[in-house]
Design a protein. Structure first.
Ligand SMILES: *[C@@H]1O[C@H](CO)[C@@H](O)[C@H](O)[C@H]1NC(C)=O
Ligand SMILES: [Ca+2]
Length: 531
């Protein structure tokens, strides 16, 4: 080891560097606030669509960096597995859709979660509030065993916003303790409200009680605006009128977009409350707030993705390209713009590690050498180029009917997308029209056959055609042929890396209920229910 004691220019340079680095940061690692919303589409946030009131999200996004190419999976569990592990879902077994209540899926302990890394290697406190949706067949796969100091929320995919009940049973916990609203056996009798507001109440409590000398990681995963469409009446009253849209077959459908907006506005209020408390506690001076959806909007449930084609559950842009932004008072050297660089759900883990470890060497950490995410700090903090030029959208061929392979790749300024298989059913651009205003319904969409065949192939130049209206697959232009071949090769190579899905089977009726709660049950749980 070399100690620097010599006098002269080098010493001065090193001293200056050290002085600059600690300036204004109190020598602290940044606090990280990772906020995930559920099923919010590209057209469901105020800065893209002023019809919905989201002043707090607009303020943070407009004063931060809005992410224009923020890619996730088309449904919840795969995206959340990538958030937690920094890996593609087809590398951890989460590529095959959502985890149902009787499916024994979980993040294997060989894949370290972002919370495990931040707490064990970087000295963070880590707390989780909200929706997990990454399995609960034994206690050791739930949040407080996977790096979080505390957990306040639910294991499954959705539930009633007021009763915390789904399919007749409850799903709500404080760490491992089952919580019922107003349960006399549970000390928190104040747990009786709308879950979006309950979650932020807990987030505020965490922030208030946090020891400020320790860096904080908070994962706040709202259920909203996912179904069921429930919101406080005063928020629903903000959005009178009714909305319609044109469906795939050209028919007019109504959608409960007003109530959906109310769910979004509730999230906005909750984020505003948290933001204010972070300011009050001085926790924002050296911090980053990340906001992202986990998949696109579902038009029939009120969520819209226009100008992108498709919906939640599809591999069109509308399913996988979602709202997201970063905000920081001190860490961004460039703010108030939209970045078009490719960013994937798996990038948050290495980005957070990089922020925590300053010059953390991701290539020498055994937990991280095989991750798929890349460190995006240069892109996010300084407006640099994205650290990735390729995203594998998914590799899943467990069932012929739902087989899907997809990849996005950037060539110079062009971004191309290749998908093979079941790209999804809701395959047009959906725009909602408020019918209480002047009727201006477009009936120009032509009906399209639903494509499900495994050999269907799609090639889109999404940098020029984000609505995916021109399928260029099979085009004979030599340049396009080259790109097509390249992307097909990428998919073939990636197929070899996929692991089997964790959630292809249901357990039948596992012993997953305890006192009316969806539960790991006694002992080792029911992870081995399938022999
Ligand atoms: C959950 O865990 C945290 C951290 O250990 C602890 O402070 C809190 O009291 C726990 N809550 C319950 C209900 O056990
Ligand atoms: Ca979702």
């Amino acid at each position: 080891m070399q100690t620097v004691v010599r006098k002269g220019p080098l010493w001065i340079v090193l001293w200056l560097l050290a002085a600059c680095k600690t300036h204004g940061q109190a020598n602290q690692k940044p606090n990280i606030f990772f906020i995930a919303v559920d099923d919010m589409g590209n057209n469901d946030i105020g800065y893209n669509n002023p019809e919905v009131e989201t002043p707090n999200l607009n303020n943070l996004g407009n004063n931060g960096v809005i992410l224009e190419s923020n890619y996730v999976y088309p449904v919840c569990s795969p995206s959340r597995s990538a958030f937690m592990t920094g890996r593609y879902a087809h590398k951890t077994g989460f590529q095959h859709g959502t985890v149902e209540h009787n499916q024994p899926a979980y993040i294997d302990s060989s894949y370290k979660t972002v919370a495990e890394k931040l707490t064990q290697s970087y000295g963070y406190a880590a707390h989780m509030v909200g929706k997990w949706h990454l399995g609960y067949c034994k206690d050791s796969v739930t949040p407080t065993y996977r790096g979080f100091d505390s957990f306040y929320g639910f294991y499954g995919g959705q539930e009633n916003y007021y009763t915390y009940n789904v399919a007749r049973y409850n799903d709500f916990r404080d760490n491992l303790t089952a919580v019922t609203p107003k349960n006399p056996n549970y000390p928190r009798e104040d747990v009786d409200g709308y879950s979006t507001f309950e979650y932020v109440k807990r987030a505020v409590e965490i922030v208030k009680n946090h020891d400020k000398t320790q860096p904080l990681f908070l994962y706040l995963a709202f259920q909203a605006p996912h179904t069921p469409l429930q919101a406080p009446q005063e928020l629903i009253d903000k959005y009178p009128g009714s909305w319609t849209y044109t469906d795939t077959d050209g028919s007019q459908k109504t959608t409960d977009r007003g109530t959906f907006y109310a769910l979004v506005t509730a999230v906005d209020m909750a984020v505003g409350t948290l933001h204010q408390e972070l300011e009050n506690q001085g926790l924002l001076d050296n911090a980053i707030i990340v906001f992202t959806s986990d998949n696109g909007g579902q038009p029939k449930e009120g969520g819209f993705n226009n100008p992108y084609r498709g919906a939640k559950g599809t591999f069109y842009e509308g399913g996988v390209r979602v709202p997201g932004f970063v905000y920081s008072k001190s860490l961004l050297t460039k703010t108030s713009y939209r970045h078009r660089g490719l960013l994937h759900a798996s990038d948050w883990l290495p980005t957070f590690i990089s922020l925590a470890g300053e010059s953390a060497d991701l290539t020498s950490d055994n937990d991280l050498i095989s991750i798929d995410g890349v460190d995006q700090t240069q892109m996010l903090l300084n407006g640099g180029d994205s650290a990735r030029s390729k995203i594998v959208l998914n590799i899943d061929d467990f069932e012929r009917s739902s087989t899907i392979y997809g990849v996005i790749k950037q060539f110079g300024t062009e971004v191309w997308k290749y998908v093979q298989g079941n790209i999804g059913r809701r395959d047009i651009v959906y725009s909602a029209t408020k019918t209480s205003k002047k009727r201006a319904l477009k009936r120009s969409f032509k009906s399209e056959r639903t494509k499900r065949a495994v050999n269907d192939k799609y090639l889109y130049l999404i940098s020029a055609d984000s609505s995916e209206t021109h399928n260029l697959y099979g085009d004979t232009t030599p340049e396009i042929q080259d790109i097509q071949n390249d992307l097909e090769d990428e998919v073939e190579a990636e197929k070899l890396k996929a692991v089997p899905p964790m959630n292809p089977y249901n357990c039948g009726t596992p012993n997953n209920l305890l006192n009316g709660f969806w539960s790991a049950g006694p002992g080792d749980g029911w992870c081995n229910c399938i022999a």
